[in-house]
Design a protein around this ligand. Structure first.
Ligand code: ARG
Length: 576
């Protein structure tokens, strides 16, 4: 299904060559959502752009364009006669009749009108990627949620998506973990809460290295043994990875997040020597003070060389990533790579792109950055003890708080439904609070705000869905017989229908600059439009075609809300 702005753009493209001074053939005919909806639903600044090069009056040009557009019969079916506003914008107002016909089409479409992306890509999304042997904490939340959402949206618009959790399962921390394991491990504690025990022994070993140089040497020796394949150390490492992954998998399962691959850094270990050889053979890296180092010509990177192999023979994070990107491009056939990783790694990704280019990888590696999560005090969120907040505890608290809200608001909810609703509301609130923010800005993690049933929150959107479901329960008709077109008369009905048609614009927009908040804002506006409609227009008390039309608006709204929330990784309960 072609979106409304695309239909309008096509009409614009037909009109432009008919102007007395037609623009060059490559002039972009673009119609966008209106910045100020008082003058119309969509607008184009084409006349203003043209007037600039032709040095004519933009308003006069806009008038001429409007006159040509008014002669276009196909456009006449979609839009009221276009008008000129401001310095030379041409505005379009979609005809209610057009919207009335479009809503049933949306409902009949699996994709709710969202066009299939062209060209389609094979995208690898690298997200979450925590370092293991440490519990996941609140700092992992944004990468995990953003990456999951972008994957869902990319799949929905038709891209082939391969998700890969690039676990940090191979690094210097294992020297300390292994020493701690050998000296301090408490088997009972390990059985009771494996990850807590791993953290405890790691911290003990880490503290020792700071006061005792011999302990530090010992950790390095354990690491070297692990890297050389020592049987005992490899066994300990494997056990730590297994225990950590069990805990991670529980968290991902709770969040409803899955990965196609979980190839940790260790997976690439036996490829690093060959990567290094090739980098040297191709003149990209060379020996420098006993290490192998890549130097860059790019002005920004000229004084930021990257160590490929350290003097002691150990390889770096960057070396592993070169092997990783080679695998994704050469073995998986990826033509896009999106890495959802914190802003502090910006230099790393620039270096990687530079290395990849020189190795002949033309696929860009897109570093999708994000801001921080702050506590109520405006500083990086921490526990009262000053530690980073474990994700497990945070999710527990979300569910507990949601359960309390539900118990108060909906005491009649059947007890067997309560726990599942609390889970849906609690986790939804956490996810939405994150995804509804511009990804680059920091945000404050405020429980009351995110769990509120008012404002731009998950519970508000879920509640709109629940209301609609209850209308259908009361009506006794599950699927209303769809009239071929609706009768839309009240302005609230028209406004709701217009919003519904805009789902087709909101979903693809998420991928333009990796901004799930655009979809969240759209859903919020949709829920507002629904509430305004519901206040103004009785549904079950209406009769005949008005009732059928309104039920269909409700049904379509429910579908769009549920699908849109689903793209954010958020469920919608039937009752709450
Ligand atoms: N494990 C890394 C960290 O916690 C993130 C890995 C991101 N992905 C990558 N291919 N480098 O910082």
């Amino acid at each position: 299904m072609t979106t409304i702005p695309d239909l309008l753009s096509a009409a614009l493209a037909r009109a432009l060559p008919q102007l007395s001074q037609p623009p060059p053939a490559d002039f972009p005919a673009q119609v966008q959502a209106a910045a100020d909806t008082r003058f119309g639903d969509y607008q184009t600044n084409a006349a203003m752009l043209l007037a600039k090069t032709a040095r004519t009056n933009p308003r006069a040009l806009a008038e001429e364009l409007t006159a040509k557009l008014a002669e276009d019969d196909e456009l006449g079916e979609i839009s009221l006669p276009p008008t000129v506003a401001g310095p030379g914008f041409v505005n379009f107002t979609v005809r209610p009749e057009f919207l009335a016909a479009r809503v049933p089409e949306l409902l009949a479409d699996d994709r709710l009108g969202v066009p299939v992306a062209a060209p389609k890509h094979k995208v690898v999304i690298d997200f979450s990627s925590p370092n293991i042997a440490k519990p996941m904490h609140v700092g992992h939340l944004r990468s995990t949620l953003l990456g999951d959402c972008l994957g869902r949206v990319a799949r929905f618009v038709g891209h082939e998506v391969i998700s890969d959790n690039h676990l940090g399962d191979w690094g210097t921390q294992f020297g300390k973990v292994i020493r701690g394991w050998k000296l301090h491990r408490d088997p009972a504690a390990l059985a009771a809460d494996p990850l807590a025990e791993l953290v405890r022994i790691y911290q003990l070993a880490d503290a020792e290295t700071k006061t005792n140089p011999a302990a530090a040497d010992d950790c390095r020796a354990e690491l070297a043994k692990l890297q050389a394949g020592d049987e005992e150390n490899v066994g300990i490492w494997k056990e730590c990875v297994r225990l950590s992954r069990e805990e991670l998998d529980r968290i991902y399962a709770r969040l409803g997040i899955t990965f196609d691959h979980t190839l940790g850094e260790s997976f690439y270990n036996d490829r690093l020597a060959s990567v290094t050889e090739r980098l040297v053979a191709q003149g990209i890296a060379r020996e420098s003070e006993g290490a192998i180092v890549a130097f860059f010509d790019e002005p920004k990177l000229a004084d930021r060389p990257s160590i490929i192999r350290k003097r002691d023979g150990a390889y770096n994070y960057t070396t592993t990533d070169v092997a990783t990107f080679e695998l994704r491009v050469h073995e998986w056939g990826a033509d896009a790579m999106w890495c959802v990783v914190g802003a502090p790694q910006a230099l790393h990704f620039e270096q990687l792109n530079a290395l990849a280019r020189r190795l002949g990888i033309t696929v860009p590696i897109t570093h999708i950055q994000f801001g921080s999560i702050l506590g109520a005090d405006g500083r990086i969120m921490r526990t009262r003890e000053g530690e980073s907040v474990a994700l497990r505890d945070l999710l527990d608290e979300a569910e507990e708080r949601a359960a309390a809200v539900i118990a108060e608001r909906s005491p009649d909810l059947p007890p067997d439904e309560r726990a599942s609703v609390a889970r849906i509301i609690g986790l939804g609130a956490v996810k939405y609070a994150d995804l509804s923010q511009h990804r680059l800005t920091d945000y404050k993690f405020l429980w009351e705000k995110m769990l509120s049933f008012q404002g731009n929150t998950a519970p508000y959107l879920q509640n709109a869905y629940v209301r609609i479901r209850s209308i259908f329960r009361r009506s006794g008709e599950e699927a209303p017989a769809a009239p071929p077109a609706l009768t839309l008369s009240a302005p609230e009905e028209i406004a709701l229908a217009r919003r519904l048609a805009q789902f087709a614009e909101a979903v693809p927009a998420v991928l333009d600059d990796f901004r799930p908040n655009l979809l969240a804002n759209y859903l919020f506006e949709l829920a507002n439009a629904f509430h305004a409609f519901y206040e103004a227009c009785p549904v079950l008390k209406a009769e005949g075609t008005a009732r059928a039309s309104r039920l269909l608006l409700c049904e379509t709204t429910a579908r769009v809300l549920k699908t849109g929330l689903g793209l954010l990784g958020i469920e919608a309960p039937e009752r709450m």
